[in-house]
Design a protein around this ligand. Structure first.
Ligand code: 0L1
Ligand code: MG
Length: 255
């Protein structure tokens, strides 16, 4: 039986992300536990370079995303300080392999949360909610990957923008979302597309981090997942998201 060098695979994915160089899909068959181990080791390299872990992202939480990527399971990834883009700031397209953007909702954790929790318990643990954009950038050549490949690659998470924080009492049920490039709508969605209600994603987040022996801590950000299929970014555009009752956030893409 051949041994799989998880740390070497983590290093390969870390290099691909750091230098924006596409890498081939992983050659060896790995299981989901091994994929998450590679993700943890790969993010560990970033933390060793001084980045801070500041939360998690949930992925494949909408039917549109599952259909776009041909999968049926929810996945998650880790957010680090270097991934956060200030609302209104710019990104350089050359820092990414083939970036896409998707409209999301973010939660700000106020009290520790982990394990099997109810939606009211999850709600009681958050301090704020906000409109958010996730920049996803699979490090694999031609955006081709298996479920375990993408999990190992931090579930394609590459950057994110969080808009103004609002009261956690804001009703997140079925809020309209419009993603536009230069004022032209690219995708329309609803918060209801995120597992029926974004709070369900927070409940799932508490469960998956506990399964990994971790927890959500005060100050952590949880990205609830894309409400629409992701849209490819190109140089020179301004990206903006408007979420009903929550407000707006955005960024621009430099050459
Ligand atoms: O929904 C997600 O954020 C998962 C992203 C992974 C697949 C992709 O790169 O589109
Ligand atoms: Mg996402």
């Amino acid at each position: 039986m051949s041994t799989i060098d998880l740390d070497a695979l983590a290093g390969r994915l870390d290099d691909a992300a750091r230098h924006a160089n596409a890498t081939p899909q992983l050659e060896q068959a790995i299981d989901l536990d091994q994929a998450y181990a590679i993700q943890r080791l790969s993010i560990g390299r970033r933390l060793a370079r001084g980045e801070r872990r500041i939360g998690i992202k949930m992925g494949f939480t909408s039917r549109a995303k599952m259909v776009q990527m041909g999968v049926s399971d929810m996945i998650w990834g880790r957010l680090t300080s270097a991934m956060q883009v200030e609302d209104g700031a710019g990104i350089r397209i050359s820092d990414y392999v083939h970036p896409r953007v998707e409209p999301e909702v973010a939660f700000l954790v106020g009290r520790p949360l982990a394990g099997a929790v109810t939606a009211p318990q999850a709600l009681a643990a958050i301090d704020a909610v906000a409109p958010a954009l996730e920049i996803i950038d699979s490090r694999y050549e031609n955006f081709r990957f298996s479920l375990t490949d993408v999990v190992a690659d931090n579930s394609s998470s590459s950057g994110f923008v969080v808009g103004p924080w609002r009261s956690p009492a804001t009703d997140l049920d079925n809020l309209g979302m419009v993603l536009d490039f230069d004022g032209r709508p690219q995708a329309f969605g609803s918060t209801a597309a995120i597992l029926g209600h974004p709070l369900r994603s927070l409940v799932a987040a508490a469960r998956v981090v506990a399964e990994a022996g971790e927890s959500l801590q005060p100050g952590d950000i949880v990205l609830a997942g894309g409400a629409t299929a992701a849209c490819a970014l190109r140089p020179g555009i301004h990206v903006s998201l408007e979420v009903e009752s929550l407000g707006r956030c955005g960024f621009h893409v430099e050459d």
